[in-house]
Design a protein around this ligand. Structure first.
Ligand code: P6P
Length: 337
């Protein structure tokens, strides 16, 4: 194969997932159908996010748009799009969204064997200044499709079958794991297809970047404060790490996945469980990090071992390069003694 042959070998996310499916002969293609609905919803959100800026600038957004309808906030619109797409896939039984206090139980005639937990537009407070934002999702198998219960979405993250995010930035990037590695796809707007651009992503074993909101330093506990201090004033004569903090989880995690380093949202005195939500922020990103050769830690345990008690509960999270997370684990272990 010459180099340019790869350029024409267009591997789309649809073909990629179908290839995965062919590895499971018993599969009836339910997951492939579910994922195609998630991908469609992401394409819609991508186009809405890209237009939002313009709509706002030329005054369409305001109170009403050209059709005189009330212009929906993007996160509300995104949530409706995902809920409708997931229900119409006929492959889900329970949906948990960051936007909805209660879980959505799909009506029996449209029920399927999957449960989807998602944040339809994470970091949406950053839209107006053009910072990248994203959709984050995780997929569980329902225990009994005839009797879906909240227990089906209060499973530890290690039970997730798949997880991913779609980042709406300078390009639209979809990153996915189905439990055998991590792959990245970039939307080609002219084709309307996600093309495989980052096959088999592996996070560097150790990085040179730490990513945390230093503005919370006053409230950090000992191990976090000590770790961050050591990032800035290394004792072993190595050069200090760089600080990169965007404040949009999908963007910060995507950079960490590709460049290496560590992303921290620790507990602090104000929020003893940190800020990020277990089901649809911590679990999907932790699953992706482990699948890419990194790790994810809550300050007490492996993030994916956590068993959530409430749909929207939070957890501190330290995720990224294997060796970097190992260092903070050692500091928390020493404190626990
Ligand atoms: P802080 C965005 O609001 C978000 O939920 C995540 O996307 C992001 O990582 C975090 O909050 C930023 O929080 O407290 O640093 O502004």
């Amino acid at each position: 194969h010459s180099a340019d042959a790869h350029r024409t070998d267009l591997m789309t996310i649809t073909r990629f997932v179908l290839n995965e499916q062919s590895k499971h002969p018993e599969s009836r293609g339910d997951f492939t159908i579910l994922l195609s609905h998630i991908v469609l919803a992401c394409k819609f959100v991508c186009s809405s996010v890209n237009k939002a800026g313009l709509a706002k600038l030329i005054g369409l957004a305001g109170e009403t748009n050209v059709q005189g309808e009330e212009q929906k906030k993007l996160d509300v619109l995104s949530n409706e799009v995902f809920i409708k797409a997931l229900i119409s896939s006929g492959r889900t039984s329970i949906l948990v969204s960051e936007e909805d206090e209660e879980a959505t139980f799909v009506e029996p005639s449209l029920r399927g064997k999957y449960c989807v937990v998602f944040d339809p537009l994470d970091g949406s407070s950053n839209i107006d200044c053009g910072v990248s934002i994203g959709t984050i999702f995780g997929i569980y198998m329902v225990n009994d499709v005839n009797e879906p219960t909240l227990e089906d979405v209060l499973q530890p993250g290690k039970n997730m079958l798949a997880a991913g995010y779609c980042m709406y930035g300078s390009s639209c990037t979809f990153v996915l794991t189905t439990g055998s590695g991590v792959n990245g796809f970039t939307l080609d707007p002219s084709l309307g297809e996600f093309i495989l651009t980052h096959p088999d992503i592996k996070i560097p074993k150790k990085g040179k970047i730490y990513s945390v909101n230093e503005g919370n330093a006053k409230n950090w506990d000992g191990p976090t404060a000590f770790y961050v201090e050591r990032c800035k004033f290394p004792k072993d004569g190595s050069s200090p790490k760089s600080l990169r903090y965007i404040g949009s989880m999908v963007a910060d995690v995507h950079r960490t996945l590709l460049y290496g380093g560590i992303f921290l949202y620790p507990a602090d005195k104000k929020s003893p469980n940190g800020k990020l939500r277990v089901l649809y922020e911590v679990f999907p990103m932790s699953f992706l990090m482990e699948q890419a050769g990194g790790q994810a830690f809550t300050g007490k345990q492996r993030a994916l071992d956590l068993i959530p008690k409430k749909l929207h509960e939070r957890s501190p999270i330290f995720l990224g390069s294997y060796d970097d997370v190992e260092e903070i684990k050692a500091l928390y272990a020493a404190e626990a003694k």
